[in-house]
Design a protein around this ligand. Structure first.
Ligand SMILES: Nc1ncnc2c1ncn2[C@@H]1O[C@H](COP(=O)(O)OP(=O)(O)OP(=O)(O)O)[C@@H](O)[C@H]1O
Ligand SMILES: [Mg+2]
Length: 267
């Protein structure tokens, strides 16, 4: 765990950590692909993600970023070690349990949107809610809110083929959020977008994070990571090479406010 924002043993720092909740906990996680290279794609990763953090995962091509995200999403299973998300041991779930885990706790955004081209924007956004058996009225209300927040009101009856890349990615964000996931995962969500659309998507994600959404995002773009994320984890050959907090996440900021109100000096 990065200690730059606290840690140590003083009661003040303990209090500081106590308001934070661990959402993701990886312990000595390794992933070897059957038939793949004998070198592990993820090779002994131990890390935690606190609720409310906006974390960017960086590293060269092949360093294990997508593998790491897929393990946390329950799209893949660790070969060794443990992946806990919201206290659930993801590697121990059977297929049915995994599907439920993904539907209820995880929102996933892909580089190339993965929208269904024969469904409208609105219907694409509604799919995960239907799969999770959310009542149609509740799903429609949530979809309407998301469509408005993401600036898609005029596009909701269109098919994805009529949208720009940035608009498609905003649809994918709405679809990822419709079941109100604890954790939003995004693998190169700006990779297929020009810089302006990419910044807009990052701006939307930042706004979501300000309202408390925990986000873990893979990006190649160091500038985007530095501008928007509160923490950057750098992978190299499947290992964590660096883990830096850049600015306070909302929960840390909230604990600062509590501390300041109680009259304590800053550490
Ligand atoms: N399904 C698979 N079967 C076998 N090997 C795989 C599989 N998926 C990934 N790998 C290997 O695991 C390693 C890590 O791949 P991963 O896709 O996690 O890298 P990445 O950091 O996301 O790269 P990129 O930036 O190019 O997307 C690579 O050596 C890759 O070849
Ligand atoms: Mg990748």
């Amino acid at each position: 765990m990065d200690r730059r924002l606290g840690g140590g043993n003083s009661s003040r720092t303990k209090e500081r950590w106590s308001v934070m909740t661990v959402l993701v906990e990886l312990t000595e996680v390794r992933k070897l692909y059957n038939g793949g290279s004998p070198q592990a794609a993820v090779d002994g990763v131990t890390l935690t993600v606190q609720q409310g953090e906006f974390t960017a995962v960086m590293g060269p091509s092949g360093s294990g970023k997508s593998t790491l995200l897929n393990l946390i999403a329950g799209l893949d299973r660790p070969s060794q070690g443990r992946v806990l998300v919201d206290g659930v041991d993801v590697g121990s779930l059977n297929e049915t349990e995994l599907a439920r885990f993904r539907r209820t706790r995880i929102g996933f955004i892909f580089q190339f949107f993965n929208l269904l081209n024969n469904l409208t924007v609105l219907d694409n956004i509604l799919i995960p809610a239907q799969l999770a058996a959310v009542s149609p009225a509740v799903a429609r209300d949530r979809a309407t809110d998301l469509i408005n927040e993401l600036g898609l009101a005029e596009k909701q009856r269109l098919f994805p083929g009529r949208l720009s890349g940035g608009e498609r990615q905003r649809v994918a964000i709405a679809r990822a959020l419709i079941n109100q996931p604890l954790l939003l995962l995004a693998d190169e969500p700006t990779g297929a977008l020009d810089s302006r659309a990419g910044e807009q998507v990052m701006g939307r994600l930042t706004e979501l994070n300000r309202r408390g959404q925990t986000i873990l995002l893979v990006t190649h773009d160091a500038k985007l990571a530095a501008a928007y994320a509160s923490r950057v984890i750098t992978l190299s050959d499947g290992r964590v090479a660096d883990d830096s907090r850049l600015k306070a996440s909302p929960e840390v900021a909230a604990s600062d406010i509590v501390r300041l109100r109680s009259g304590e000096a800053a550490p």
